[in-house]
Design a protein around this ligand. Structure first.
Ligand SMILES: Cc1cc2nc3c(=O)[nH]c(=O)nc-3n(C[C@H](O)[C@H](O)[C@H](O)COP(=O)(O)OP(=O)(O)OC[C@H]3O[C@@H](n4cnc5c(N)ncnc54)[C@H](O)[C@@H]3O)c2cc1C
Length: 391
């Protein structure tokens, strides 16, 4: 166990390697944080920061050493995501999707696919996106309609539209879930590696309320031909492949939300100490202390919840329910916390450019992707009661 005076108290619970990891990540994130206001304003991630993120362990951490990654634990990769969330949720969102793409390639990619896609991704030379959602298929992913028609050559022709896809504006390939036969339902859904240069899919920006520096797009496939060698995993196994990364995705969102809560605590506390009304700092009013104390309790509780789920995953247990609980708890907590942070700032907290305003918007995203709060509740309910209330 090591800590330094300036280290956050909760780092004292971590081992030496983990403390060094988060300290290094925080150092890099502090370095790039000044790019934040312009990136938010322009709605454009400075993609030049991505290799540096990889260097401090993002994305590479989630991948085993055999595939060119660092083989970090679930807890360690989640700790990195907490730091990203504390700095800038757009980075957490971007890194989360890059990690997901890398994880799926590592889990199901052929050696050729790993050479062409995974290795360059881990080297920061290629970037990827992942598309399951469609305008008419969100929580009910199995109802997706993007069609992958098999051609006599063995290639597939993709037709359809994906919605709200992170990273698609600048990444040069994506993993697309499409059905080879709508009559087969979930058993027809297959994962395809689609390249921008080769296939010619079209990308349309969808300017969003939260994570403004992250890319969010619709992706259109108008007869894009994908070679048979770009099927990722087995035909008909696309949804179950996506499920392999579901725990880590939910954990990453949970940890990122804890980072948002931590940032809210730091910003609201600093403001309460420096702002004076009625002749004394806001910090001296009991009702403001209540707001700050509530933020601190939620941030601390969220951290305990995601770290417990991560440790369970690291033990080899099936921690699916705990990851759902963690995603549900931490994303809802981040929203409560961000609302309170705005309250501490007063009107200033609702103005563009204010940190509380950004945290408020960014927290709002977290209860929707990687399974909405309602879907988490239904999965927890089913696990506890043995009855599905989804359909
Ligand atoms: C910023 C952002 C980035 C995203 N990035 C990606 C990405 O990279 N790739 C990708 O594939 N997708 C991405 N998504 C999409 C995301 O995964 C979906 O928004 C999510 O799955 C929910 O689908 P939906 O928005 O269509 O909502 P719907 O499924 O239409 O749900 C609407 C509401 O109804 C509720 N609901 C639905 N079904 C039930 C039920 N059975 N019981 C109770 N309530 C129900 C939901 O909880 C929600 O409150 C992103 C979304 C956002 C906001």
């Amino acid at each position: 166990m090591i800590t330094r005076d300036a280290d956050p108290a909760h780092w004292a619970q971590l081992d030496h390697d983990s403390v060094e990891l988060v300290r290094r990540a925080r150092g890099y994130l502090d370095e790039i944080a000044p790019l934040l206001p312009a990136a938010e304003r322009d709605r454009a991630l400075p993609v030049g920061i991505i290799p540096g993120l990889l260097d401090v362990g993002f994305v590479r951490g989630a991948i085993g050493v055999r595939d060119g990654g660092l083989g970090l634990s679930h807890l360690q990769t989640a700790l990195l995501m907490e730091e990203a969330g504390r700095c800038w949720a757009s980075i957490r969102t971007t890194a989360n999707i890059l990690s997901l793409v890398a994880e799926l390639l590592s889990a199901a990619g052929s050696s050729e696919q790993k050479r062409r896609f995974l290795r360059p991704l881990l080297a920061g030379q290629r970037l990827g996106w992942f598309a399951v959602t469609e305008p008419e298929a969100g929580s009910d992913a199995a109802s997706l309609a993007t069609l992958a028609e098999r051609l006599p050559t063995g290639s597939y022709r993709l037709t359809g539209r994906k919605a709200y896809i992170t990273n698609a504006s600048y990444a040069d390939f994506g993993i697309v879930l499409a059905t080879v036969d709508p009559g087969l339902g979930a058993r027809g859904i297959t994962a395809f590696l689609v390249e921008h240069g080769a296939g010619g899919y079209r990308v349309m920006a969808r300017p969003q309320l939260p994570v403004r520096a992250a890319s969010c797009c619709d992706v259109l496939f108008d007869g894009v031909v994908v070679p048979a060698g770009n099927v990722l995993g087995d035909v008909g196994r696309g949804l179950s492949l996506a499920m392999r990364a579901i725990n880590s995705g939910r954990l990453n969102v949970s940890a990122g939300c804890t980072g948002i809560a931590q940032a809210a605590l730091e910003a609201a506390s600093a403001h309460a100490v420096s702002r004076t009304q009625f002749g004394k700092p806001l910090a001296g009013f009991q009702l403001v202390q209540q707001l700050i104390a509530d933020i601190a309790v939620q941030a601390n509780a969220a951290r305990q919840v995601y770290q417990a789920a991560a440790r369970l995953l690291d033990s080899g247990a099936d921690a699916r329910v705990e990851c759902s609980m963690s995603k549900y708890f931490c994303s809802e907590a981040a929203n409560q916390v961000a609302t309170r942070a705005v309250q501490v700032f007063g009107a200033a907290g609702l103005m563009e450019g204010n940190v509380a305003e950004r945290l408020f918007r960014d927290a709002r995203e977290a209860t929707i992707p990687e399974g909405t709060s309602q879907m988490q509740v239904l999965q927890i309910g089913q696990a506890l009661l043995g009855v599905s209330a989804v359909r």
